[in-house]
Design a protein around this ligand. Structure first.
Ligand code: ZN
Ligand code: ZN
Length: 276
């Protein structure tokens, strides 16, 4: 279907799609989509874990405290600003893609399914490095932390509403990897779509406040190298540890990892009471 779209790439259609009104429309649709996606996804997770399953699931919660209304309103307020940043970024990418400035390709056969899968894996590793480096600088350079990244850490005990709670400048840094990839790596829209979906899921899981993996999984070899919700929760409660996103390689290499045994009883697992 994507290859059929290529027949619409006539100079007249592209000029129409790049007109100011078309860009405003794309921005508006993107904004509504981002608002809807964020509010729906976060509300469903919040309702399930903090309302519906509150008593039953509480034994798996990392921190004992429950968020108050002011914290949640703060998370939503900053996250909606991030949605605006993401929408502006979408318009910029849309414009660049139609101008032919990106390395997006539409025909899978041009490079094959093997390359398409490899490009997703490559993006995950490169994004993990990008995230670790920008994240650790956001903490180690104190004025950057004070002015921008501190917003994300206003929630020491985050809820599902905190996953895109960023200062707008921090939000630009966070989505900066997308144009970086689009201008350097040949990418198919399927790979981009799957990768972006994975980013959203991993980011959301990191802020739920619960470990989502079953217990046996916590001792498996794969979990030894991939990130999990408890590690990012510790990042919120202890700040100076666990800067990675998907993997644990860099935190281990640079000795910035802090782990608490998720099999401990709830009273020992309460990271909010553990000194760093
Ligand atoms: Zn941080
Ligand atoms: Zn976070």
């Amino acid at each position: 279907m994507l290859s059929e779209l290529r027949q619409f790439y006539t100079p007249e259609n592209i000029a129409l799609a790049l007109s100011p009104w078309a860009l405003v429309l794309i921005g508006f649709v993107s904004l509504i989509t981002n608002f809807g996606k964020y509010l729906t996804w976060s509300s469903v997770l919040y309702w399930w874990f903090y309302v519906r399953q509150k008593d039953g699931a509480a034994t798996k919660k990392f921190q004992r405290a429950w968020p108050d209304r002011r914290q949640i309103e703060n998370e939503i307020r900053w996250s909606l600003k991030s949605c605006v940043v993401f929408s502006v970024m979408t318009v910029v990418i849309y414009y660049c893609a139609l101008k032919g400035w990106t390395s997006i390709y539409l025909n899978v056969a041009d490079r094959g399914w093997g390359y398409l899968c490899l490009s997703i894996v490559l993006m995950l590793f490169l994004h993990d490095i990008y995230f670790y480096v920008t994240h650790i600088f956001s903490h180690r350079i104190s004025w950057i932390f004070r002015k921008f990244h501190r917003i994300h850490h206003q929630s020491g005990n985050p809820t599902p509403f905190a996953d895109i709670m960023f200062h707008p400048v921090d939000a630009v840094v966070h989505v900066g990897f997308i144009p970086l990839f689009l201008f350097t790596l040949p990418l198919h829209p399927i790979a981009i779509g799957l990768f972006v979906t994975l980013v959203l899921v991993v980011n959301a899981l990191g802020h739920i406040g619960y470990e989502m993996f079953p217990r046996f999984f916590n001792h498996s070899l794969i979990v030894h190298w991939i990130n999990r919700a408890s590690l990012h929760n510790i990042h919120h409660s202890h700040v100076h540890y666990n800067f990675g996103l998907y993997f644990r390689f860099l935190d281990r290499l640079f000795k910035t990892e802090k782990v608490l045994d998720v099999d401990l009883p709830k009273s020992d697992l309460d990271v909010s009471r553990t000194a760093s």
